[in-house]
Design a protein around this ligand. Structure first.
Ligand SMILES: Nc1ncnc2c1ncn2[C@@H]1O[C@H](COP(=O)(O)OP(=O)(O)O)[C@@H](O)[C@H]1O
Ligand SMILES: C=C(OP(=O)(O)O)C(=O)O
Ligand SMILES: [Mn+2]
Length: 538
């Protein structure tokens, strides 16, 4: 059983003013959290053992409902704008008071965790959730302290997640009933009105992305793994581009699938678990991730399950295209127990180009790497977000993770430039999107071919290969690649209508250029030249 209300104050929840709770459940393990979630009707048990939870209206992140509290301590460091929107402290205070009132007489689940595998930089976070299944999600996603570390656990930040509490936009300074609020000064994250578990994960990520640059660590929205020769590779990319899929590779040791820090000594995972997209998950193309969907301890979000047979239908997007699996990272067979690796030898920038005009793999000069890091291009396709039409939508999300970056992009870009140079890292642009035509005409690049290209690049098999500067994007396209048909490598050659290719490629270059104008004051001539359309092609 949980502790009774009376003893709650001894456990330091008073810093949040939480009183008169019903029961507080501290650091329950997976079996106990399963029991709570199932008996409370929060989730159901699937065949094989995963917990299946549905999140209702919000099945993805709500970036427009995220606010950073405007406080003296952080005001000058935050890149205010349409991504990092300020909230008055008074509104934050009102919503925190509403949360306290809402939780009176209710149960609360607590997980004390670390965010950051490198002890020198890890952040002790306390995750407070209204539901048991969100507490299991947090237990999966963050790093569990040892028994001794729990005994004197002192949280640096607290996340309070109360999906049942809805804001009133009329009086609370929010955009809708849903809110994700970050107060750097009070070191509190307050989430309400949404049950999408990714908000818990990504709000902690945002905190690290604010704190770590001051300690000389580059925070990154990337996955990472280590090759047989001890070579670390990192894979930047926006949501759905392939960070999780491609970092789970039987021939390489997984460090992490989504969030990492690059320190002076190496790369470390921020998390202790993975959060994989599982829509149309193939046992053949992604065996390691597929196996996690049959295991006790995995939390499946918005996956369809037959009520009688309890069998999953991973192909169904009935609730959402963004179905997810959250699992402890050691569910992946070949994983780094320490969650750390050496300095990166290869940097891969992933883009899911639904226009189908970027090469499936190309080498980037350091200047081109900066250009693409600041651009953060991918193209979303119909269905992945509400309101999208049938045409692909070009998306530019700086640092491949704008919604999670509280500081100005140039802070992260300059750190990447310096670290990349110091490490002598190679840089690649990999298009996991469409080939042979744009979305709806062409086909998505076969995962096996993407894996073959990456395998060759990371093993150094492309180092001596002839490259041709792409006439539109300037990136350096290899003329051949082991285990990959050469005709696949030149995207223009895969289109039936070369003129249509040129039209769409030129349009995309213009989109890149228009988007990049905001960064021109922050980069040197070399980076600017890296993105300019090659006039010779006209
Ligand atoms: N060539 C490809 N490379 C990587 N992923 C691909 C490819 N083709 C299709 N996919 C699909 O794209 C999605 C990538 O999701 P995921 O790896 O979780 O992205 P991220 O971790 O970057 O959010 C998966 O559903 C995967 O099956
Ligand atoms: C979970 C998310 O990240 P990713 O899809 O990159 O794993 C997200 O963007 O909400
Ligand atoms: Mn991911």
């Amino acid at each position: 059983m949980g502790t009774q209300g009376a003893v709650v104050s001894r456990h330091g929840l008073q810093s949040l003013g939480l009183r008169n709770l019903k029961d507080v459940y501290w650091n329950l393990t997976a079996p106990a959290l399963y029991e709570q979630a199932l008996t409370r009707g929060e989730a159901r048990l699937a065949a094989g053992g995963p917990l299946v939870a549905l999140t209702g209206e919000h099945t993805g992140r709500s970036p427009k409902d995220k606010f950073i509290v405007e406080e003296a301590e952080s005001r000058d460091d935050v890149w205010w704008g349409e991504v990092n929107v300020p909230m008055e402290p008074a509104h934050f205070g009102r919503l925190l008071a509403k949360a306290r009132a809402y939780l009176q007489g209710r149960d609360l689940f607590v997980q004390d965790c670390f965010a950051g595998a490198d002890p020198a930089y890890r952040l002790p976070v306390r995750i407070l959730t209204e539901c048991a299944w969100h507490n299991l999600f947090a237990r999966n996603m963050f790093i569990q302290p040892s028994h001794d570390e729990l005994a004197d656990f002192d949280p640096a930040f607290t996340v309070l997640q109360v999906p049942g509490l809805q804001a009133d936009p009329e009086t609370d300074g929010t955009r809708s009933e849903c809110f994700v609020l970050v107060s750097f000064a009070q070191r509190i994250v307050l989430i309400g009105g949404t049950s999408y578990a990714g908000e818990i994960k990504k709000s902690v990520f945002s905190i690290l992305n604010y704190l770590l640059p001051e300690r000389g660590v580059l925070p990154m929205h990337c996955s990472a793994n280590i090759g047989p020769k001890g070579d670390t590779a990192i894979f930047f990319g926006l949501s759905g581009t392939g960070k999780t899929t491609l970092s789970a590779d039987g021939s390489r040791t997984l460090i992490g699938d989504d969030e990492h820090g690059w320190s002076d000594t190496g790369v470390f995972n921020f998390e202790g678990g993975c959060y994989a997209k599982v829509i149309r998950l193939s046992a053949e193309a992604e065996p390691e991730i597929y196996d996690t969907t049959r295991r006790f301890g995995t939390v499946l979000e918005n996956v369809v399950m037959d009520a009688d047979t309890r069998v999953l239908d991973l192909d169904s997007a009935h609730y959402t295209e963004n179905t997810r699996a959250s699992y402890p990272i050691d569910f992946i067979p070949n994983v780094s127990a320490a969650g750390q690796g050496g300095l990166p030898k290869n940097i891969v920038m992933l883009t899911a180009d639904a226009f189908g005009v970027l090469p499936p793999i190309s080498r980037l000069t350091p200047e081109q790497a900066m250009y693409h890091f600041l651009s953060g291009y991918t193209a979303r396709v119909a269905g992945t977000e509400k309101g999208l039409g049938s045409e692909p939508t070009a998306t530019f999300s700086t640092c491949f993770g704008a919604p999670f970056m509280p500081r100005h992009p140039s802070v992260y870009a300059r750190m990447l430039r310096d670290k990349m140079q110091a490490a002598g890292a190679n840089c690649w642009l990999v298009n996991t999107g469409w080939s042979g035509g744009q979305y709806g005409v062409g086909r998505r690049m076969d995962i096996k071919l993407t894996r073959a290209m990456l395998c060759a690049a990371l093993a150094g098999q492309l180092d001596g290969v002839e490259v041709n500067a792409h006439p539109d994007f300037g990136v350096l396209v290899p003329a051949n690649c082991p285990d990959v048909p050469s005709e696949v490598l030149d995207p223009r050659a895969t289109w039936g209508d070369a003129q249509a290719y040129d039209r769409i490629a030129h349009d995309l270059v213009k989109r890149f250029e228009n988007n990049f104008k905001q960064f021109e004051p922050y980069v040197d001539e070399g980076v600017l030249a890296a993105g300019i359309y090659q006039a010779a092609a006209e």
